[in-house]
Design a protein around this ligand. Structure first.
Ligand SMILES: [Mg+2]
Length: 221
């Protein structure tokens, strides 16, 4: 057994916990690269730890690390702020939705940072319901919506809300798309009048850790 796997097994055996806590315990020695540790834990969760002879899934209360997370704003990203008087809401633009679908293709998950998240936060719909709502707008997000950032009443800035989620869940890669100016790394600002543009797709996928040679296809398409 590799030293890394041995360290993970020891951390798991010393008590049940969340995969994040186990990763922290293993990384504390400074002996292992955090990315390798998280990858190894994910691999073990995939096969239930069978290769180690322990029931890994039973002992680890939280599932896989989400590797790639997009923080999604909606107004000014999936639309150009066109307000519909009749429905008293903004809809979405087809071309923006199609571009978003290319950004979230593959193992990319979504966290809602948009004010639209209040539909969930105020209890008028569930996270699953919100995912379904996005799907009715053409967003290819089945099984991808992880949740929402905290409400403004708890954390006042959007940057703070996003960073709080990142600190708690520690995705390997994350990107932020918004039409507001945000002081964040991995951030792509859209034009609020036209929403998500072609050039934004490539930049977001770059932040999401898509290898350059694969991302070139994004650029070309
Ligand atoms: Mg917006």
């Amino acid at each position: 057994m590799s030293p890394l796997r041995r360290a993970i097994v020891e951390a798991v055996r010393s008590g049940t916990g969340m995969s994040r806590e186990i990763a922290e315990k293993v990384c504390a020695s400074g002996e292992f690269d955090p990315r390798s540790v998280r990858g190894a834990i994910n691999d073990l969760l995939s096969d239930g730890g069978l290769t180690l002879g322990i029931d890994f899934k039973l002992r680890v209360s939280r599932g896989k690390f989400e590797e790639r997370v997009l923080f999604l704003d909606i107004d000014g990203v999936l639309n150009g702020h066109e307000f519909n008087e009749a429905s008293q809401s903004c809809g979405t633009r087809r071309e923006c939705v199609q571009r978003l679908n290319r950004v979230i293709e593959g193992p990319v998950k979504i966290v809602i940072s948009s004010a639209w998240r209040y539909m969930v936060l105020n209890g008028s719909m569930t996270e699953k319901g919100f995912e379904n709502l996005l799907r009715t707008h053409g967003v290819a997000c089945q099984g991808k919506v992880l949740g929402c950032t905290k409400p403004d009443e708890v954390i006042s800035t959007r940057e703070g809300q996003i960073l709080a989620w990142v600190r708690t869940h520690r995705p390997l890669y994350w990107a932020v798309v918004d039409d507001m100016t945000l002081q964040l790394d991995n951030f792509v600002q859209t034009d609020k009048r036209s929403g998500l543009a072609e050039a934004d797709v490539y930049r977001l996928r770059e932040h999401l850790g898509v290898p350059a040679h694969l991302n070139e296809q994004t650029k070309a398409s």
